[in-house]
Every structure is written in C-alpha cells, then in structure tokens.
Design a protein around this ligand. Sequence first.
Ligand SMILES: Nc1ncnc2c1ncn2[C@@H]1O[C@H](COP(=O)(O)OP(=O)(O)O)[C@@H](O)[C@H]1O
Ligand SMILES: [Mg+2]
Length: 301
Amino acid sequence: MANEPKKPLLEITGLTRRFGGLTAVNGLSLTVGEGELVSVIGPNGAGKTTLFNLISGLDAPDAGTVTFEERDVTGFTAERLASFGLARSFQHGRVFGNLSVLDNVLVGAHTRLRAVKPRIPVVGPLVELALALIRPPSVRAEEERLRAEAKEIIALFGERLTPRLDKPAHSLSYANRRRVEIARALALHPRLLLLDEPTAGMNPTETAEMLEIIRSLKARGLTILLIEHKLDLVMQLSDRVVVMDHGARIAEGLPAAVASDPAVIEAYLGHKAVGAANQDSANQDGGRDAEGDASRILVAH
Ligand SMILES: Nc1ncnc2c1ncn2[C@@H]1O[C@H](COP(=O)(O)OP(=O)(O)O)[C@@H](O)[C@H]1O
Ligand SMILES: [Mg+2]
C-alpha cells in the first residue's frame, strides 16, 4: 500500500469566477494531498482570496469544479462544507465581537456537533431547545468537555489568549482577533484548513509565533492551504507552492524552485512587490524599489 499514491483531499479543476469584465479566477486547477501544506502566493489582486471564497462556499464559480474527499462540492454552502471538515480564516479577520474569546471558539465546536448529530426535521430543534433549557447531566458533561477542548486549542497560542478567555472579542488587538479566528476554525476539527494571510498585520515576533503554530499543526498531520504574503514563512512551511497571477496559475513546485522561476519573478516585478506593497504602502516610488524588494524577497530563505 505504501507505493499507492494518496488521493487528493482537495481537487480543483478549471475554476473560473468573473466579476463583470474582470476574470478574478481563470481556469485554475490545483490539488492538495492529505497532510500536505500548499501555499498560494501571488501579487495583490491575483485572485487568491476569491479562490478561497470559491473553495469554502462563500462564492460560487462560473465554471469548474471543486472536489473534496472525492465528493463534488461545487457550489455547496459554506455551512455544508464546514460540516465536511472544511474550515477557513479570513484575510481581514472575522470574529463575533460581542462574544467572549471562549465562546467564539465554542462556535466552531458547535458547528461540528451540528454536523455529526442526526437531523430530525421539526422535532430536532425542539429537542435541542428542551435539552438546552433543562440541561440534564449528560448535556452539562458535554458542554464541559467542549469548553475544556476549546481552552486547549486556545492554549496553542501561548499566553496571548488564555488570560483573555472571558473578554469580548471586540476588545482584543487585531492580532489576537486573528488568533481567535484560527482557534475557532480548529475547533471544527477540520480535515482541511484554509488560512488567508494569517500573519497580516502582525509584527515580526507575532509572525514567528504564527509560523511555529502552523508548523505544529502541520506536524500533527493537518492538511493546510495557505495564502501568505510573507515569502520567508512560505519558504519555510510549504511542501508545494502555487503561484497565481491574473487569476491563473503561473508556476507550481517546490518552494526553492518557484522562487527562482523567471515567470514568478516577472509577475512580482510587473506589479509592485508584494512585500513592499504590504510593508510600505506610503512608498510611491514604483518600479525600482519594487524590483529590489521582489528580488530580495524571492531569494530570501
Ligand atoms: N466581489 C467582487 N466584486 C468585484 N470584483 C472583485 C470582487 N472580489 C474580488 N474582486 C476583484 O478580483 C480580483 C482578485 O481579488 P482577490 O481575490 O481579493 O485577490 P488577492 O486575494 O489575490 O489579492 C481583484 O481585481 C478584485 O478587485
Ligand atoms: Mg486576498
């Protein structure tokens, strides 16, 4: 069996999404194998977030298919996909502001439970309501178990979140809200985790912490599809890198090979370098700086 190639967990073929005259994702094909960490990189506007929206059911493609665990899930809702174990974080962080850190993470666990419970139409919600009101010992024990598990997941982020378990998410720093969002995705026990720029807005120390967290998730066997602008992190973590530009895949391969691919360097030079765009939006100096940064970022690791 050892020689048998693993079936891809996620398989995308010919995925296309148009917004008016703009083709944000253009005939993209991509596979992610079980346990793999695949990074999607590319200049701003390349179509990376749109791709994640199509995979995670937030948006529907104009053409192409998304297959998850050999099931065609094209056009399925985000909730249904979550119930299959597809979890994501958002580029700009989405948490429930009025809920505590702990409750935000518990939302992820409840999504999972709803998925595994048999659905009893009409009576089902009433039974759930009755159980919630009466709270028999079995329900209380289950709640306790979920809370303990949520705290364990939160502890992955060291002391960043644990002292703030009961704080409303709106009171957290931007970086902490992003951590809560990832914790919530993990509470879903995902089969596939999509992370959209998990280190955006983070300083170098916070970025290094996030790198270690992603590394530990990968070491536990979690399959991860990662969008990330910080190429140093991409180079360290990825089994494979897919490069997008203008909605299409322009390169794919091992991190080092992709970094030296002329088409990739050209894509970064043609736009403003991603690193430069991120770190220094005030710099309007255009081409020359972009060139310096692109070369530096692409060879760095
Ligand atoms: N809902 C939308 N309506 C119109 N255009 C969109 C929408 N979402 C994304 N776009 C456009 O699609 C292109 C790809 O965007 P996006 O997927 O966010 O790129 P990336 O994440 O790689 O920076 C951009 O030109 C963007 O302006
Ligand atoms: Mg994006």
